[in-house]
Design a binder for this molecule. Sequence first.
Ligand code: EPZ
Length: 426
Amino acid sequence: MDKFVIRGGNPLLGTIKVSGAKNSALPCMAAAILTEDEVILENIPQVNDIETERKLLTSMGAEVELGYGRAQHRTRIKCAILSDPVAKYEIVKTMRASSLVLGPLIARTGIARVAMPGGCAIGGRPIDLHINGLEAMGATITQDHGYLEARADRLKGAHIVFDKITVTGTEDLLMAATLAEGESIFENCAREPEVTDLAALLIAMGAKIEGAGTGTIRIQGVSKLHGARHRINPDRIEAGTFLIAGAITGGDLNVDCCEPKHLGALITKLEQCGVKIDVGTDHVRVRSGGELKAADITTEEYPGFPTDMQAQYMALATQAEGTSTVIENIFENRYMHVQELIRMGANITISGRTATVRGKTPLQSAAVMCSDLRASASLVLAALVADGETILDRIYHLDRGYEHFEEKLRGVGAQIRRMGDVFGRK
Ligand code: EPZ
């Protein structure tokens, strides 16, 4: 398994470019299931989860081209025939976001078999809200041998109030409702930019949607959708990760090709920490403002502080003077990075959903283990300021969601290299 070797101590200087959002690209690729026409998506990030989605769609009978040539980062998807509307366990177990094909498949073909995704490092990750919503729209859903089977002649519009705010739950049902008979009204929806991005694609495909990005979304079902071309949003979590990289190393970093309006909660928090931030139209410059000051965070649904930035912020908090309280409200087990940060010298205690970080503590290099995508990013950030050379194992977690991570960081002065497995194992 590949490892990263990172020598800490260099401030990051210069411009670093943000790629397209993985969490927008995944639902938008699934949306191509809703039409027999060609869908072209641009600004697709070259990350492993996208390759997994390509395999998933291809396994169901879709034609999927994925090109990353100089101007490309484009995928062309054509689901003219879906000969095998099954999301197989071998694929789903590597990416639980595969459940995003459930709604589109049943809306397009009337039948869907999707392996239950199972949990992951950060929590149980149930999909009961997806299932309840589809049943409210008239689907019959059974479960056997680890698979969900959903059937419906034609889904019917429904009035659904989500028990909890769920990003992919909102996306799954939004896609299903576009081809349902009649009107759907969904309340307590996720307002994440990825939902709005998906809705923009669906509307370009002929869907009738109002209110995406707010808590209430209204959809008028149509009988057919047509192809479209759509550019995926910049990745706000990759951008946020780079902003913290600039802050934690005391550098002067221009994070380019991002969408600053998606970064409000993080920018406000970094300014509270004493970091200097200059916001442009499609870039944000981060500079050291002297000693970092402690500041508390509570993760909330968008536009609150994103749970996907909690681990990265915690690495920064270890370098701030004072005590920072971190409350993780969204997932029940999203502190896998804490033990590894402690092994590097951090002073962190956990009580239930609350982590208390006492800083500033110098970090030492160590051999550390990546456990999930954002915990891995947190360890990279810590290694960038640790004394000596840190070895990060199991960086395949990072390869799922960060495009050319080491090249981008090396390009602004980080001392980071990838060390392949001596036996070539992935
Ligand atoms: C999406 O996951 C993202 N993934 C996650 O990003 C992100 O952390 C999460 O939203 C929260 O913002 C993608 O978009 C592919 P949820 P999702 O449904 O949709 C509970 C990353 O790092 N819940 O909004 O799976 C759930 O357990 C990944 O890129 C139910 O109880 O998250 C959680 O506690 C990690 N029943 C809460 O809701 C359900 O049916 C929010 O989960 C669905 C969710």
